[in-house]
Design a protein around this ligand. Sequence first.
Ligand SMILES: Cc1cc2nc3c(=O)[nH]c(=O)nc-3n(C[C@H](O)[C@H](O)[C@H](O)COP(=O)(O)OP(=O)(O)OC[C@H]3O[C@@H](n4cnc5c(N)ncnc54)[C@H](O)[C@@H]3O)c2cc1C
Length: 436
Amino acid sequence: MYSRISSVFSYSQPKQYEMFNQVLLILKLFGVVFRQATSHLQDLVSSFIHRQTYKPGTNPKNIVVVGASFAGYNAAKTLVNCIPSGYRVIVIERNSHFQFTWVLPRFSVVDGHDMKAFVPYAPYLRAPSGSYSWIQDTVEEISPSEEGSGQGQVRLSSGETIDYEYLLLATGSMAALPSRVGYVDKEDGTRALRVQQEKIALSRDIVVIGGGPAGVEIAADAKDRYPDKNVTLIHSRQTLLNDGFGMKIHEVLSKALSGLGVDLIMGEKPAIPSSDTGHIELSDRSIHFDCLIKCIGQKPNISLVKFASAFSKSGYIRVKPSLQLDDERYTRIYVAGDVIDAGDIKNGRSSMQQGQIAAKNIVHSIRGRKQIQYQQKWWEGLTKLTMGLSKSAAYISDGSAELVISSSSNVDLDSKRVWKFLGATPYVDPTAKIQG
Ligand SMILES: Cc1cc2nc3c(=O)[nH]c(=O)nc-3n(C[C@H](O)[C@H](O)[C@H](O)COP(=O)(O)OP(=O)(O)OC[C@H]3O[C@@H](n4cnc5c(N)ncnc54)[C@H](O)[C@@H]3O)c2cc1C
């Protein structure tokens, strides 16, 4: 395993500032790591004390969390470790397992690791007894009552209804492989990954549409795994990735893709064929494909809050800095993660941060304390992208300088560490129902 700071780039600033920006960014990163470690330590101490003092009581009030991925799972963990006695958390998640998105492009190409993308929901919550219950189901409807501040009821697919005092919505985005699994159960999800692997293995001309993180990663992996196949990546913009990423990472990634032999086509937005084989028409040529991988069109899951008037122009849920729904009628509804309009950065780190703040604000509201104001921070944008089967690049920018750190990577992208972080034993899947 190696690691190398390949480049630090300052946005067209005089040369003499480059070194200053470089040192400043690295120092700021150390500062962030220190603050995070201190706050983690404080949380450990306060959750230990909470475990000794918390009592659910006979008829606890419900705080319902909808969706348990990066935002919702972390929100639930925060809540169960600081809710006042007399409250309990009810987590409602439709998937059987935590679906680890980061490895999906890799496991759509490489076989033998599918199950590692499905982490059992396990003791990540480390909660005092009676502080939560877990329901695997889909929330079909949220009905806030006419009076009050948004407390109400959720209706599940099973028909069951659950009253809530507070609601935390973390429903994220929907997409197909390789961006999201698109299946509820692990069995169907692993099968979908194997079908995708087989499609790629049997094809000759692979076309990937969309040069966001998923598109870049799957194109590089496919070409690295099958050097004899033709792999083309088509992106609508002139730079790879999306808002929130700068020029330097574009340069590093395009060099890596070209080095592998991926045909990179920028600034083209062709009509997307619906067939499995055919031709893509570009402005100056036509490209044959027998495997088409669409890495575009992720959509936020916003339908549950259709009752509110809090949507941004881009189709995300608008929130206040406190992460309450931006609609005065529903101050007891909080929203976090990819589904909200909170800045350019949409990633797991940012979603976890928002989940934690929304959870703390619910507790602050119960205790009559001031709400914490969330503002997206530059360090939430720290992202690691693979560049073929054995290399990756970590990217960070504070707006003044960009840092790209190249390193080697394992074929399963260190899935083990994520399992452990989520409280699961790699790769043991008890699939037992969990109950706090
Ligand atoms: C290929 C790829 C690579 C990535 N790599 C990185 C990376 O390296 N680093 C990084 O930080 N981020 C990365 N990301 C981004 C990261 O995966 C997302 O930002 C993150 O998943 C968002 O988390 P979330 O909790 O907001 O929503 P999601 O992960 O979309 O999860 C939403 C959850 O809500 C549940 N849900 C939705 N509706 C309902 C309902 N009605 N009832 C019950 N449950 C419901 C879903 O089942 C799901 O579990 C990557 C994303 C992709 C696609």
